[in-house]
Design a protein around this ligand. Structure first.
Ligand code: MN
Length: 138
């Protein structure tokens, strides 16, 4: 048994992978035969991942706030607490907070044989991000 106390520091999301301020707390790391990698990811308003893919797919589960998700070629979708999203293996996508609200989600995936969780592409531009539907005023 191993208890990891919540006194460990939160980790700023690297700028190669994110736009805006994001903080990542590890929930589960691959160990022995387990490939499960899980994180609690905290996005400040307007922050989002870059475009990326997961070799074995990914599930995100919204804990707090209002978020946005998009797969390549699809429209931007609004996600709220209790919503979950599965991204297929190799599906190009991004996820993040809405422009005016924080968003926290759990992110869960299985790493591949080499331990890779994701492959990263271009940042989501302001033009791409601003295609999000208006919200918060209704
Ligand atoms: Mn993802």
């Amino acid at each position: 048994m191993q208890i990891t106390k919540n006194s460990v520091k939160t980790n700023p999301g690297p700028s190669e992978w994110f736009t805006g301020s994001v903080y990542v707390d590890s929930v589960a790391v691959p160990s022995g035969p387990s490939r499960v990698n899980a994180s609690s990811v905290h996005f400040t308003p307007g922050a989002r991942t870059a475009w990326h893919k997961h070799p074995n797919g990914q599930t995100i589960y919204v804990i707090e706030g209002i978020g946005l998700v998009q797969r390549r070629g699809g429209s931007i979708e609004v996600i709220r607490p209790g919503d979950r999203v599965f991204f297929e293996p190799g599906e190009d996508h991004w996820h993040g907070a809405s422009p005016n609200r924080f968003m926290t989600h759990l992110a869960m995936l299985d790493v591949d044989d080499q331990g890779n969780a994701a492959s990263w592409g271009d940042h989501v531009s302001d033009a791409e991000y601003s295609a999000a539907p208006a919200m918060g005023e209704d």
